[in-house]
Design a protein around this ligand. Structure first.
Ligand code: SF4
Ligand code: SF4
Length: 56
C-alpha cells in the first residue's frame, strides 16, 4: 500500500486499525513497514482516501 503524503491529514486512524501494527507514526508522517501485507483495512478507514492498495 502507499500513502499519499500530500493528502494525508495525519489523523493516525490507519495506524490504529492496522491489525498487525505495520504502520509507524511520528509527528510528521506515517511510515509503512515491511510487514504490511496489503490487506486493505487501513485504506477503508482513511477519511480522505489517501491510501492506495497495490496488488504487486
Ligand atoms: S494494508 Fe493492512 S497490513 Fe498494510 S498497513 Fe494497511 S492495515 Fe496494515
Ligand atoms: S487514515 Fe488517512 S489521513 Fe489518517 S493518517 Fe492514515 S493516511 Fe493519513
Amino acid at each position: 500500500m502507499k500513502i499519499n503524503k500530500a493528502l494525508c491529514g495525519l489523523c493516525f486512524g490507519c495506524a490504529s486499525v492496522c491489525p498487525i501494527d505495520a504502520l509507524v507514526a511520528d509527528d510528521k508522517e506515517i511510515i509503512v513497514t515491511a510487514i504490511c501485507n496489503n490487506c486493505g483495512v487501513c485504506a477503508k478507514i482513511c477519511p480522505i482516501g489517501a491510501i492506495k492498495i497495490d496488488e504487486t
